[in-house]
Design a protein around this ligand. Structure first.
Ligand code: SME
Length: 159
């Protein structure tokens, strides 16, 4: 396993403590965003975009930060590209990413991690920063680990 820094391991423990498998996924996504918003430095947006049934569009899910665009076409922007390519996209300078969708003009760098529910691609986690090159490879490893912790607690139970 790639080395997860102690910073992110501590955060993962906090996350484990607030997530609950018996809740609908929307509740866990909401608290995931809230914890990231509180604990990660130099970010101006964190949240998720979730795929529609036909997997052609992503819809805004629980988040923290300024109101954001509500739909993103799969393949468009950083979020739609990460979803389509099924891989993390770490963007050092969003102004250099072709087709970047600017929801908050303060954003300078961004990381988007695919999100799975029951082993099926379900959406993405998106984190924006007002600082260029905010996310390095160690942040990527840490954030991907946090998303794995989240996925292990996500369930599609409904009430
Ligand atoms: N920048 C994203 C859009 C979502 S906002 O950052 C919240 C993108 O290019 O897909």
């Amino acid at each position: 396993m790639l080395d997860v820094s102690s910073r992110y391991l501590t955060l993962a423990k906090q996350l484990e403590a607030i997530l609950d498998k018996d809740l609908p996924y929307i509740s866990n996504l909401a608290n995931f965003s809230a914890l990231m918003w509180l604990e990660l430095e130099e970010i101006n947006w964190v949240g998720c975009y979730l795929a529609n049934q036909s997997k052609s569009q992503l819809f805004l899910g629980p988040f923290q930060g300024k109101p954001a665009c509500t739909t993103i076409q799969v393949g468009k922007g950083v979020c739609g590209s990460a979803y389509e390519q099924q891989q993390t996209l770490r963007v050092e300078n969003v102004h250099e990413f072709p087709g970047h969708i600017a929801c908050d003009s303060a954003s300078e760098s961004e990381i988007v991690v695919p999100l799975y529910l029951n082993n099926e691609l379900f959406g993405v986690i998106d984190i924006d920063s007002p600082r260029l090159n905010r996310f390095d490879s160690s942040d990527q490893i840490g954030i991907e680990y946090l998303v794995k912790v989240l996925e292990n607690k996500l369930s599609d139970v409904h009430f």
